[in-house]
Structure formats: structure tokens, C-alpha cells
Design a protein around this ligand. Structure first.
Ligand code: ADP
Ligand code: ADP
Length: 227
């Protein structure tokens, strides 16, 4: 069975009868540990799709489930990375990545700290763990955001254009770092991007969303061999 399953999913933000569907007729299965990228032009519904998997948006049509459970709210086992890391400016890098654990459980353990160090190291940030966010470049801040999401050890990682604010070179470097981390500990990943290059570099499978007049949605599946 698929890990993430969308059946007949569509969404209308505006429920008046003549309003257009933002997305429509999405049937999608993502398998456990699959890395799926979604590409498509602005406004085709990529973020809408991701927010429905995240439980941040309940679709007006169809159903979304994770491991056979309908998604009705955000889940602890689903991590999300947005375009901006939104780090807490008064905490250093390490405290930022540990913050969700602290917030959730009131504390974190020595093991959590060790894992934070490991992940920061894999993300090329070990020398920066005591720095404050505003001492880091945008690319580094994004990496910190990814490490923060991974530290919660989610089964599923959702990323909504995580690198789009970065320059091409930085994007590529972070992409490689992310791949390294992904190979160490595979996760089910849904990765939204404008960039077909990023999708080809990172994903097992690329979904192409397009928007024709009349707001019809196409999903085209391309299976890629992994390098
Ligand atoms: P993408 O992420 O591919 O740029 P979105 O999912 O953001 O696309 O948007 C898909 C469609 O839904 C667009 O037509 C957009 O204008 C509309 N839309 C997105 N968010 C909202 C919202 N909160 N309220 C109303 N319409 C929205
Ligand atoms: P891994 O060894 O890759 O970390 P887990 O220990 O997280 O995998 O999961 C082991 C098995 O438990 C999975 O193959 C799956 O069948 C099941 N499983 C994992 N996550 C869930 C979940 N959220 N709900 C139900 N079953 C799950």
C-alpha cells in the first residue's frame, strides 16, 4: 500500500458555485522512502497540494491519507520546510534546531543534542552551531531549517520551494548536502520546486503539474533511474 495516497482530490478556495478549482482530479500514490518532486508553473497548485498532505488544508473534494489514515490535521510524523527558514533570531543555530523538541516535550536529551550535532555536520554547519541566525547566509539558514525538520525524525518530509530564494550555486550545494542526508536515512519526501534541475538532481520521481485554461490539472509521471 502507498504511504501517501490522494484519491480524486480537488480544492476550491472559494466555495461559490462558479469559482474555479485551484486543483482538480489529483490521484497520487507516494511510496515509503520515495523522493518525489513536483514541478510546474506558478499558480498551478503545487503549494495547495503540499498543504493538503501536510494537513494544513482539508480538500473540498476527495481524500488524502497517510498510511491509510485520513489526514485531518497536521501530524507529528510529517515535517515541513518552507521557502524561508524563519529561525528564531534570539537563539543560536543549535538551539534553533533543538527548539521544536524543547517546545514539544519541554526538554531535549543528550542524544538529541548528539543527533543535532551529527545533522549539522552533515549539512556542513558544524562550525556554525554557536552562531546566531543573522550571522549566517540565506543558504545556511535554509540548511538549518532542514536540519530542524529532520531532527524531529519525521516519516515524511514536505518541502515547499525550500531553495527558491537562493542563488543557483548555493542551491546546487544544498541539494547535494540534502541528498547525502537522504541517503544516510531515507525518508518519504515530497519536494515542491520551480526548478526542473533540482527535481532531476534530487528526485526518484517527478510529477509535472500544468494548468490549462479552465484550471484543469495534469499529472505526468516520469520515472528516473537513481545515479
Ligand atoms: P503554486 O504553488 O503552484 O504556485 P498555489 O497552490 O499557490 O500554486 O495556487 C493554486 C491556485 O489557488 C492559484 O490560482 C492561486 O491563486 C489559488 N490560491 C492559492 N492559495 C489561495 C488562497 N489562500 N485563497 C484563494 N486562492 C488561493
Ligand atoms: P525505518 O526502519 O525505515 O525507520 P520504521 O521503523 O519507521 O522504518 O517503520 C517500520 C515499519 O512500520 C514500516 O515499514 C511500516 O510498515 C510501519 N510504519 C511506519 N510508520 C508508520 C505509521 N506512521 N503508521 C503505521 N505504520 C507505520
Amino acid at each position: 500500500t502507498a504511504f501517501v495516497c490522494m484519491e480524486g482530490v480537488g480544492h476550491k478556495y472559494d466555495l461559490s458555485p462558479n469559482a474555479p478549482m485551484a486543483v482538480q482530479d489529483i490521484n497520487l500514490n507516494i511510496h515509503r522512502h520515495e523522493f518525489v518532486a513536483v514541478v510546474g508553473p506558478s499558480g498551478c497548485g503545487k503549494s495547495t497540494l503540499l498543504r493538503m498532505v501536510a494537513g494544513l488544508l482539508i480538500p473540498s473534494h476527495g481524500s488524502v491519507s497517510i498510511f491509510n489514515n485520513p489526514v485531518v490535521e497536521p501530524r507529528d510524523d510529517v515535517g515541513i520546510v518552507f521557502q524561508k527558514a524563519n529561525l528564531l533570531p534570539w537563539l543560536n543555530v543549535k538551539k534553533n534546531v533543538l527548539f521544536p523538541l524543547k517546545h514539544k516535550y519541554g526538554r531535549y536529551s543528550k542524544d538529541d543534542e548528539k543527533r543535532a550535532d551529527e545533522l549539522l555536520n552533515m549539512a556542513g554547519l558544524s562550525q556554525f552551531s554557536e552562531k546566531m541566525p543573522d550571522e549566517l547566509s540565506g543558504g545556511m539558514q535554509q540548511r538549518v531549517g532542514i536540519v530542524r525538520a529532520l531532527l524531529l525524525n519525521p516519516d515524511i518530509l514536505l518541502m515547499d520551494e525550500p531553495f527558491s530564494a537562493l542563488d543557483a550555486l548555493t542551491r546546487e550545494q544544498i541539494g547535494f548536502d540534502l541528498l547525502k542526508i537522504w541517503h544516510e536515512k531515507p525518508k518519504t519526501v515530497l519536494f515542491i520546486t520551480h526548478s526542473i534541475n533540482e527535481a532531476v538532481l534530487l528526485a526518484d520521481r517527478i510529477l509535472v503539474m500544468s494548468k490549462r485554461p479552465g484550471s484543469v490539472l495534469d499529472l505526468i509521471k516520469v520515472d528516473l533511474p537513481r545515479p
